[in-house]
Ligand binder design. Sequence first.
Ligand code: ATR
Length: 283
Amino acid sequence: MTKSDLYAVFGQPIGHSLSPIIHKTFAEQTGQNLLYQAREVGLEHFTEALARFVAEGGRGLNCTVPLKELAWRQADVLTPRARLSGAVNTLIRQAEGGWLGDNTDGVGLCQDLTQQGVMLAGKRLLIIGAGGAARGIVQPLAEAGVASIAVVNRTRDKAVRLAETFQAVTALEVLDFAELDGRTFDVLINATSLSLSGEAPPLPAGCLHVSSICYDLAYNLKAPTPFVRWARMQGAAYSLDGIGMLVAQAAEAFYLWRGIRPDTRPVLASLIGAGQVVGERVG
Ligand code: ATR
């Protein structure tokens, strides 16, 4: 049997990463001979771990927390969407040597929304948060033909900087939480890290209408995230967490590496089934 092509995800912590099972399933589904490993790598060991991976013949790499910004700096070439996002989650080994850095998070979000039947064209969006996660999604959302994108963040300056970064792509309206009263949005995306501390962002109930869609970039296979719970209580039409985005960004990375698009649906269904998600995926 020919040797499998080597891929990996680096991050810290990495023990609970779903990427190995997702890529293993994609490889089986598409008949690709590859090995995908999870490696515990922190910021201080990234450079040497990457060099070792190259020496082993590594063909492609995913980077997750806390390495996405460092991977952005270490990439030899960046795709336009990665350059603006300031973060790289996918590295592709180039035939001539060196790494091409891309960011598949935003396109993963858009693909998951589309797959769930959410049309972005013409919608008024609210992004909650202005950190790394928000930076990764602005450009693909803007390119999906939305009517407008507003950003609300606890620290206004950070949202202003985000708007400046993307001004050539789209006009982002910067808001404080206090300015949300009386405003209504069609799609609300939680890009804060608040789920990690078990909280939902402080949004007024009135910023949803009966057809509004809420999407949390965070996910939890065991229970609905606080934002999904909040959205459901407010009567949002759909409230989704980020498990679909996780699978879709992996599929996009797989496509960049192997030139073949896996079907995300069975993988997503099996993850949700295995986790017995209590939260509604669509509902
Ligand atoms: P990530 O890479 O996950 O986006 P980050 O870059 O640290 O992480 O950004 C975290 C985001 O969550 C920021 O928008 C942050 O708001 P600030 O810019 O004001 O820090 C937001 N966030 C984190 N804790 C928050 C809290 N307690 N209340 C409101 N927003 C919070």
